[in-house]
Design a protein around this ligand. Structure first.
Ligand SMILES: [Zn+2]
Length: 149
């Protein structure tokens, strides 16, 4: 995929999410000119019903465009709430994408992802949409190990 492709995907997803308020929005992804395999994104978006998604997504890609390391969190919560509705993260520490990551739901942490290759922004926005559509999340109903996008 690579850093630039990931940034393009993010802007497409932002513009196709009807719960983003206001939209359209263009992300403030940072990709250094001298290192096109490095990706850094920290931003916060408001969604319908006074909810926010706070994003920290730092990644590095190899020369073939595979994401190799990440430090990330996608924190979705009601404005002013002390607990997240969900927070998908790896505790914002740079780790191999082959390491486990997890989701916090309120005060509870579920270790439900065996790696972080698919818990990208595409997955986070999928979970935001599930929330508005009252659909079960992967970590509900016992949870699964395979985030379905
Ligand atoms: Zn965490």
């Amino acid at each position: 995929m690579g850093a630039y492709k990931y940034a393009e995907l993010i802007d497409r997803l932002l513009n196709s999410c009807e719960y983003l308020d206001p939209r359209p929005r263009v992300s403030k992804v940072e990709i250094p000119e001298d290192n096109p395999n490095a990706f850094r994104w920290m931003e916060q978006f408001t969604f319908t019903g006074n909810k926010i998604l706070k994003i920290k997504d730092i990644a590095s890609f190899d020369s073939e465009g595979n994401m190799v390391e990440r430090a990330f969190s996608y924190d979705f919560r009601e404005v002013g709430s002390e607990q997240p509705i969900f927070r998908i993260c790896n505790h914002e520490r740079i780790k191999s994408v082959n390491e486990k990551c997890h989701v916090h739901v309120g005060p509870i942490e579920h270790e439900c992802f065996s790696d972080s290759t698919r818990t990208t922004f595409a997955y986070a926005i999928h979970c935001v949409k599930n929330h508005y559509l009252h659909k079960a999340q992967d970590w509900e109903n016992g949870g699964t190990d395979e985030p379905g996008i």
